[in-house]
Design a protein around this ligand. Structure first.
Ligand SMILES: Cc1cc2nc3c(=O)[nH]c(=O)nc-3n(C[C@H](O)[C@H](O)[C@H](O)COP(=O)(O)OP(=O)(O)OC[C@H]3O[C@@H](n4cnc5c(N)ncnc54)[C@H](O)[C@@H]3O)c2cc1C
Length: 498
């Protein structure tokens, strides 16, 4: 083999890129990962500051080692499986996060434990403990009728068969329409808006009902909601350990400026003015960026270009990282979400100049892994949805949310060491994806399941992996990216490995 020649080049080291690279390296392909940033991991990357290790975004993983991450590590020999349980020395998760979550109503001091809603091993059967669910939601101010309706909705969703889910998919049903077949209660619609906002970063008006059902079944059924020791970056880091183990190379500060195409075949990439040849190329830079910019439109038929251009992203996010002198949120909680009644759609809000938050997802990483903050200090990350366009002045938004956080946690103010704020502009720069969406190709009916755009591009040897592409890939955020990695790697292995 020539020095600058590989079997597989992977552009980007997000969950999708790093996982796909690990699977291909393990399958015997000579692999090179090129990452434009100084640090690997894309949206799951982190940085160090004054003794804190801080997630660049904000993450909770609906599945940990027992989901796709463990499946990948097991497949590449970095995890063992005994009696159905996966373990890896490369990636460890904090156990029982689902029992360490709580909800708060705006400007109230009480924490309502969500953990009490779940039975210890909540497979779809036995069903979640209805007594505890009722106690928690009644604490949130829900009336009896709403409570019964919500229970009924969750029980129905958890019991839906694959055939019925496919029916929802065929009918291209949105979550809003699906829920309306049960109830019109504003409280329930608001509760589910908060839930689907946290899962897919879109409103029920846009979200695919089928993907919501799949996501809930997986999340509740696996009882594996997790956060990794070492912070979110530990996940792509573990995958890249696999790349190294099987002889692959990883380069950071390596921005690909072009994917070179000849005779409708991907031949290699240009990185820092150097041409590197490869038998095939897998881009983790997002379908739009790959097609419209890294290769250029001229290689595709018009209808394909139009299809790519018409793909819509999810909302983006504003995050606040509070490094604090002492513990403010009790250490038994790893995640405390602030749930707002009467949620509005952030895109619609921006048009109306309304910057109030849609509620906050709040992670307390140092409560989950004390090594992420200096002894006695606390790291809290607040995240809220933000639109991907139509905003010129982000300061107005960040000021408003900041005040809202302080209204909810007035005791924080005296304990601040520093606060780092990131807007959609920062997320766009980090990922290279326009507008910094939480999910690059939103899980709306026309873009999910069988309608999701393929990982295999109409150019020989060119693929896209991650949360932007992959027909019939499923899951919440990082799970979607990992699913795309598994399916894309399998496609390549079956095609190129004799
Ligand atoms: C604020 C926020 C909160 C989120 N919360 C959750 C959550 O709680 N749970 C969850 O499961 N998911 C969550 N997500 C979604 C999840 O992070 C993403 O779905 C997933 O990480 C996307 O992975 P990916 O592999 O598709 O790509 P990315 O993570 O976007 O990685 C793409 C990589 O490609 C690199 N790249 C791009 N262009 C080039 C180039 N030209 N040359 C070289 N490298 C390049 C980028 O630098 C980046 O490292 C959240 C996302 C955000 C932004």
């Amino acid at each position: 083999m020539k020095k600058n020649s590989y079997d597989a080049i992977i552009i980007g080291s997000g969950i999708g890129g790093s996982a796909c690279a690990a699977l291909l390296s393990h399958a015997g392909f000579k692999t090179l990962v090129l990452e434009k940033n100084e640090r690997i991991g894309g949206f799951t990357s982190c940085y160090q500051k004054q003794g804190f290790t801080i997630d660049i975004s904000i993450h909770v993983f609906s599945n940990g080692i027992n989901g796709r991450f463990g499946k990948i590590l097991h497949r590449i020999g970095l995890a063992t499986k005994e009696k159905g349980k996966i373990q890896s020395q490369y990636l460890k998760f904090v156990p029982n996060l689902d029992r360490r979550t709580a909800i708060r109503m705006p400007n109230q001091k009480n924490y309502f434990s969500m953990g009490s809603m779940l039975t210890p091993q909540s497979k779809i059967t036995p069903k979640p403990d209805s007594g505890n669910i009722q106690k928690t939601v009644s604490n949130l101010g829900m009336n009896k009728e709403d409570m019964n309706n919500l229970m009924n909705i969750f029980m129905t969703i958890l019991g839906l068969t694959k055939r019925k889910i496919r029916k929802l998919e065929e009918n291209q049903l949105t979550l809003k329409n699906y829920i309306e077949s049960f109830t019109k209660s504003p409280f329930i619609h608001s509760f589910l808006a908060f839930t689907v906002g946290g899962m897919f970063a879109i409103s029920p008006r846009r979200a695919s009902a089928a993907e919501f059902v799949r996501g809930i079944q997986e999340w509740f059924g696996s009882n594996d909601m997790s956060y990794p020791l070492g912070g979110s970056i530990a996940v792509p880091q573990a995958f890249l350990e696999g790349v190294k183990k099987y002889g692959g190379d990883i380069r950071t500060k390596a921005r690909v400026s072009e994917i070179v195409i000849e005779n409708n075949r991907a031949k290699g990439v240009i990185v820092n003015d150097e041409f590197i040849e490869s038998s095939f190329i897998i881009s983790n830079a997002g379908i739009k960026k790959t097609v419209l910019s890294l290769t250029g439109e001229k290689f595709y038929e018009n209808n394909y270009i139009n299809k790519v251009k018409s793909l819509v992203p999810s909302n983006s996010s504003i995050t606040f990282k509070f490094a604090l002198n002492k513990q403010i949120i009790p250490k038994e909680f790893g995640m405390v979400n602030i749930f707002h009644k009467n949620l509005l759609n952030p895109s619609k809000k921006s048009e109306e100049g309304d910057t109030r938050s849609t509620g906050f997802m709040t992670m307390i990483p140092s409560n989950l892994d004390p090594n992420l903050a200096p002894p006695g200090k606390q790291l809290i990350i607040f995240g809220t949805l933000a639109p991907t366009k139509g905003v010129e002045d982000w300061k107005k938004w960040t000021d408003m949310h900041y005040e809202e956080i302080l209204r909810n946690y007035p005791e924080i103010e005296d304990q601040i060491i520093f606060v780092d704020v990131s807007t959609p502009l920062d997320l766009a720069q980090l990922s290279g994806k326009k507008y910094g969406p939480i999910e690059s190709t939103a899980l709306i009916p026309s873009q999910s399941g069988p309608n999701r755009i393929s990982s295999e591009l109409p150019i020989d040897g060119l693929y896209v992996v991650g949360d932007s592409a992959g027909t019939n890939t499923h899951g919440i955020g990082t799970q979607l990216a990992a699913d795309s990695a598994i399916k894309c790697a399998d496609l390549i292995i079956s095609k190129y490995k004799q």
